[in-house]
Design a protein around this ligand. Sequence first.
Ligand SMILES: [Zn+2]
Length: 91
Amino acid sequence: MNMRNYKPREKKTVTDFTTKRRKKICRFCENNIDYIDYKDERLLRRFVTERGKIVPRRISGNCAIHQRKLTKAIKRGRHLAIMAFESESFR
Ligand SMILES: [Zn+2]
């Protein structure tokens, strides 16, 4: 295969991809947060969708360590009825 002759079908998509790619900084790493409080509803709310689902890492931009801690905090919050499992109003 001659890879030199390979041209993407649309130039636009290539440029879009490069411009869209921003440097994602984990919010918790940035603020040096080691423990994510499950009682902090306002914080957790920012990492769940309107339907109550946890926002995936590729969208939230969290690092693996903090995403795991966040997930645990959200699940703990759900169990204690701080967070909603799923919002029914969007059904
Ligand atoms: Zn982090």
